[in-house]
Design a protein. Sequence first.
Length: 333
Amino acid sequence: MRRRGISVIELLVSIVIIAILLAITVPAIQTMRESARRVQCQNNLRQILTAIHAHHAETGALPSFYNGTSLKYPLQEWDLFHTHSWRVPLLPYLEQSDLKAKLSWDALATAEENTAVAQAVVSTFICPGGDDPTEMGWGLKHDRIDSVVDSGNIPESDRYYVVRSDYDALAGIQVFPNPMPPGADVNSVDHVHWGIWGWPVFEKRAITGSRLSQYRQGKFRDVSDGLSNTIAIVERTGKPIDLLNGKPNITPGNPTANYPGQVGWSASNTFAWSIHGNGVGVNETNSKGMYSFHTGGANIGIADGSVRFLSDSVDFETLVKLYGRSDGGLPGE
């Protein structure tokens, strides 16, 4: 008895069926993976929030933005990049006491003696939806402020290398009056709605171009809008690349789209890069606001310890109410 082969039509039908099944299953698998990444990201935020609350319970305040003993107030704006960040005091509460013990508190966060700490990957600070955590970013060494600012020409000897964090504490949000008065300073502290992380005292009342005279640590009792209505930490992924609407933000002054703020988890940022920019939406830019690789929005950590997923379609007015600790406005009013 002759065995009947598969006809061309039957083969085509089989291919079509397989293609349909793939079209159905592949997006479903991708959705499941994204859901798992989002859940793990939310778990990371909860751990950080728990550590923040534990630190507050023990010390009576949130971690300072600027830590260490190597630099004294008043601090130059350039100095702020090189102090120990708010994440470092949280290490013992994140089961990272051994890493904290390796740190030299008397040296700059970016100093050679702190290289092992700065280049350590702390998984709690890394969103699973981001890029390879071992891909390090770089900054300019503290004593090389006069080096060429063209990111393509700075020699290796002038650079330090660090591992990033995908979560950041933003000190507040910038809100310009509309219309802006002629001659008004866009960098004035008067345009900032401060969040839970305390507040700075500048010599010139400007977030850039001024020495920092003092930094007052935040306390939960100062949040008159309520902890459940105020942002504590946000996603800020994509570093060490400066991203704008999903693409590297290449400019004549920054041809490699090198991230302009602090990349490393262990070192601090200046206030210019620690404030959500005026009019900036969710997932618009990682240099002036919250930014994630999750579809449709970003995770945020609320000061009461809860975590929410914030849609990238949320309006700016709602963001202002979420950031401000005592502006009298509540989200949804």
